[in-house]
Write a protein that binds this ligand. Structure first.
Ligand SMILES: CC(C)(COP(=O)(O)OP(=O)(O)OC[C@H]1O[C@@H](n2cnc3c(N)ncnc32)[C@H](O)[C@@H]1OP(=O)(O)O)[C@@H](O)C(=O)NCCC(=O)NCCS
Length: 187
């Protein structure tokens, strides 16, 4: 297991430049966020996303490498109407920082905040079934597949299926060495 250490800070409109520089094209955009944004990811879409992230409906964060101060990732949770569940999404790690545990470290904090100060009982997500590193990451955090949605998107002539995954608060055990109750972060 890697010793990656990541802190969270609130996502603001100015962080849009990180997102645009980490997403290389329309396929990467679809992989990251599904059909919720359109290519190219422009300032208007970023501004609307940042504005929504300032409401009670959504929390969005940047992940910062605790050792270097480098901004390495992004994630967001959209609250369901009942306030008991939230949908984790927009999970993104800077291309040069992938594969060394940053995603797991960042999402451990996101889940601590979600089950802590946000008071969620359940976190859900959707991921394309061929996105092996993302599926592996979510499984390691304890998410389980609830449903398979076949052929939800057609991308460059290929049919993409999606997995709906979920994690209940009582099933969540923070990865060793990465627990944080969220109180010291600024979600
Ligand atoms: C998915 C993503 C967030 C993962 O971030 P990361 O920092 O690389 O993740 P981690 O290093 O913490 O963990 C990745 C895990 O996937 C595994 N993995 C990597 N590539 C893999 C592959 N091709 N097949 C199977 N597993 C793979 C790694 O070994 C690691 O598992 P381990 O910790 O058990 O060894 C990152 O790759 C990313 O930003 N991708 C583009 C956007 C995206 O797909 N977002 C998710 C949308 S649902």
């Amino acid at each position: 297991m890697s010793g990656a250490a990541v802190e969270l800070r609130m996502f603001t409109r100015a962080d849009g430049s990180f997102l645009t520089s980490w997403i290389a094209g329309p396929v990467e955009l679809m992989t990251w966020a599904g059909p919720t944004f359109t290519w190219p990811l422009d300032k208007l879409q970023i501004a609307a996303y940042a504005a929504e992230s300032m409401t009670r409906r959504r929390r969005s964060w940047m992940g910062v490498n605790s050792r270097t101060g480098q901004v390495v990732g992004h994630a967001s949770v959209r609250m369901n109407a009942d306030g008991a569940a939230g949908r984790l999404g927009r999970v993104l790690i800077a291309p040069e920082a992938r594969g060394c545990g940053m995603g797991a470290a960042m999402l451990t904090h996101v889940l601590a905040v979600s089950f802590g100060s946000l008071g969620l009982e359940r976190v859900e997500l959707g991921v394309f079934s061929h996105n092996d590193s993302a599926v592996r990451l979510y499984e390691r955090l304890g998410f389980q597949v609830e449903r398979v949605l076949p052929d939800v998107e057609q991308v460059e002539g290929q049919s993409w299926s999606a997995l709906q995954m979920c994690l209940a608060k009582q099933d969540w055990a923070p990865l060793p060495g990465r627990h944080h109750d969220g109180s010291g972060t600024t979600p």
